[in-house]
Design a protein around this ligand. Sequence first.
Ligand code: ATR
Length: 293
Amino acid sequence: MEQQAVGSGSGVGLDSQTVLHGLFGDPVKHSKSPLMHNRAFRELGLNAAYAAFHVDPGRLKAAVEGIRAMGFRGVNVTIPHKVEVMDYLDEIDEHALAIGAVNTIVNEDGRLIGYNTDGIGYVRSLREEAGLSVQGKRVLMLGAGGAARGVAYALAREGAETMWIANRTADKAVQLADSLGSLTDTRAIGYDDLAAIRGDVDLIVHNTSVGMHPNVDEVLIDTSWFHEGLTVSDLVYNPLETRLLREAKARGAHAHDGLGMFIYQGVYAFEYWTGRQAPVAVMREVVEASLRA
Ligand code: ATR
């Protein structure tokens, strides 16, 4: 279903025709998604709107029922609801099922379909911003939480040759490695054992919250061995340049920040909902401006 433009200048028209979208999470107040999607609707002249809803744990089922009851077209789901929400949907896309989490819901005439755009969003940002194709690459994943699962799945599907997964809680690294074993060569590794693989790694992906505002002086691993030819990618985008990325650049490595993953997960969600090509440049511009403010 492609949404029709309602004429230039119509902007986000909150009237009886407005097609509604939202974000369900806890917390949601810091989210840049409403800003980004409303800017995109306005750019394409769509009579649509996007708002953030603080949904407490325990109320998620009722909130999802509300999508059907009120005819929302689409919803993003964020922490802590990405796994539980799967229980309340009518259909789950095969990739979201393999990842074990949903971040995007599309309402097709009352049928709620769940997708996961985090991993594909990440891979697209890596390609478009870092110019990096994943095919044949040897990847070190730091962290094995929800974000890491989507990213690791997408990297494995895109043809990463080897993936090492390190995590503070070692069991979770083993679990994630096992779950991707049918897609590529995947192994769990301890943070203390990274020296053994240093020479083999092409891409490091940091998937934990270490270094995120306000703890901007933190860094998860020793960076003294980073070198030219290595790409270091940080999912954290607040701040845009984390200590990890600063140290990567200082050693000649290529640094890729986490904003692109956020933008492109939104781009894919927007395209699922509207059937239109998302205006990526303005979406990025408005989020960057807000992070600088
Ligand atoms: P998200 O959905 O953002 O990935 P998550 O599922 O809670 O959130 O995962 C957080 C990740 O950051 C995990 O890999 C976590 O490690 P554990 O599984 O051991 O908890 C990692 N993490 C968070 N704080 C960390 C810290 N101080 N040191 C190392 N890893 C940390």
